[in-house]
Design a protein around this ligand. Structure first.
Ligand code: DLL
Length: 432
């Protein structure tokens, strides 16, 4: 297990880390220049060659990669090695446009699983644990990513994949699962089901590893108290391996970036200008070691803050805050900027489970906003007049938070669509 808590690396002095990152960046840029004509062309257009990249300080000379580049180069224009050397692909669950396909060599899988194993160790999980993985298996990286990391650590893994709540609860009870890995919205859903069936006394969970979608501190508090566990955040994206790019230690205050494999920057999403640590901006990540799909300066679209403040856990890896939304998920409704996270905050404060869906439409040239909110089993049994009163109360709270009117519909428990276990938060019919 010590193998997956490398004090020499995770707690290394910053200068030592930067020296390692410099060395790795120089070699990664050479690899990409030699093997990825698509990016070489971008470098040529920007007037930069491998000779210009001598240390990590030179990274800002490199051009960005955006999601559009990944779509334009579909299916293999950014692959860094011959197909023969790849052992797996994963793909994004994007519902618009072409999917993005990411390639992995054997070594890439190994380093990905090592990053995930580190995340588990940081959450105080060990080979004594029984890890129930309810992230989707398949093209989505959640299932196989958590699976690989937990197995590497020597845990007993239950490869459940998403859905089938009856079966999840049966195994959770019978096999005494101690760790739950899934999206926070599915954790909230399982927790409701456990309470409905009065199973709490027969459940042995002590930790949760939750990520893949936005969730708030309020949601964490609610899941931790209802399941009696410590809930740890984990961050990642398909384009950069999957889960494990960043992970939360026992301090539970921001996620350490696995900086020996991923270099993080924050930029102004409008101008592309690099911002200093501590500023809020779009997270840009460079994979320093992956060879199959080696992305340089990839714009994640996730908005966050990076901090190099010393962490009480001793790790020196930079921490990222929870993503505070995406540079592309801000909705402009009736001219007002609306973030889904604002709506989530109101719902949790009012005691609703954070399962909601925002539907934006345009009727007679005017924007409309509808918010579907899943009721708890308890609310569900209320009389119609009580439900109407609750809807009215939510409309008022949302108006106070957002400054615009939203129609609120309380819907029956567990009816809101989920994709790969991730709640489908926004349907913007104006774009369809
Ligand atoms: O969601 C990988 C993953 C699986 C991460 C399991 C954590 C756990 P994608 O489907 O490519 O990959 O989606 C990546 O999900 O850009 C963020 O917007 C969002 N996201 C991922 N983790 C978090 C998190 C996986 N902890 C996109 N908090 C990212 C908030 C997250 N958003």
């Amino acid at each position: 297990m010590e193998r997956y808590y490398s004090k020499e690396i995770e707690c290394a002095p910053r200068e030592q880390l930067r020296a390692m990152q410099s060395e790795r960046l120089v070699s990664q840029v050479r690899h990409v220049w030699d093997n990825v004509p698509y990016y070489r062309h971008k470098m040529e257009q920007a007037g930069v060659s491998p000779a210009d990249i001598r240390s990590i300080d030179d990274i800002t000379k490199l051009p960005f990669l955006k999601k559009d580049d990944l779509r334009d180069s579909y299916p293999d224009g950014l692959r860094g090695v011959p197909a023969k050397e790849c052992v797996r692909i994963h793909s994004t669950s994007g519902t618009t446009g072409k999917r993005v396909v990411a390639y992995y060599t054997k070594e890439d899988i190994d380093l990905w699983e090592t990053c995930v194993a580190r995340a588990l160790v940081a959450a105080d999980i060990s080979d004594e644990d029984v890890v129930q993985v309810c992230y989707g298996y398949g093209l989505f990286t959640g299932g196989l990513g958590l699976h690989g990391g937990a197995e590497k650590l020597g845990c007993m893994v239950l490869p459940m994949s998403s859905g089938s709540t009856d079966r999840q609860l049966q195994f959770m009870e019978d096999l005494k699962s101690t760790v739950l890995c899934c999206t926070p919205s599915y954790a909230a859903y399982l927790s409701e089901s456990i309470h409905e069936r009065v199973l709490s006394d027969r459940i042995h969970l002590r930790k949760g590893i939750f990520g893949a979608e936005a969730w708030s501190e309020d949601m964490r508090a609610s899941i931790e108290s209802s399941l009696g566990i410590k809930a740890h955040d984990i961050y990642g994206l398909t384009e950069l391996s999957g889960p494990g790019v960043a992970y939360e230690c026992s301090v539970q205050n921001g996620m350490h970036i696995n900086e020996d494999h991923f270099y993080a920057e924050v930029i102004d999403p409008d101008t592309g200008e690099s911002l200093p640590l501590g500023s809020k901006g779009e997270l840009v990540i460079t994979s320093l070691t992956k060879k199959g799909f080696p992305l340089l300066r990839y714009r994640t679209r996730d908005i966050c803050i990076l901090s190099a403040e010393k962490c009480a856990c001793g790790r020196t890896f930079v921490k990222m805050s929870r993503p505070m939304g995406r540079s592309d998920d801000m909705l402009i409704i009736k001219g007002v900027n609306v973030f889904p996270s604002q709506i989530e905050t109101v719902l949790i404060q009012q005691g609703y489970p954070a399962n909601y869906q925002i539907i934006v439409d345009r009727v007679n040239n005017s924007d409309t906003l509808d918010v579907l909110v899943e009721m708890t089993a308890e609310n569900f049994s209320d009389s119609l007049s009580k439900i109407t009163a609750k809807e009215k109360a939510l409309v008022a709270e949302l108006k106070a938070m957002l400054g615009i009117y939203a129609n609120v519909h309380l819907v029956t428990p567990k009816t809101i669509t989920r994709s790969e276990g991730k709640a489908v938060r926004v349907i913007d019919k104006r774009k369809i």
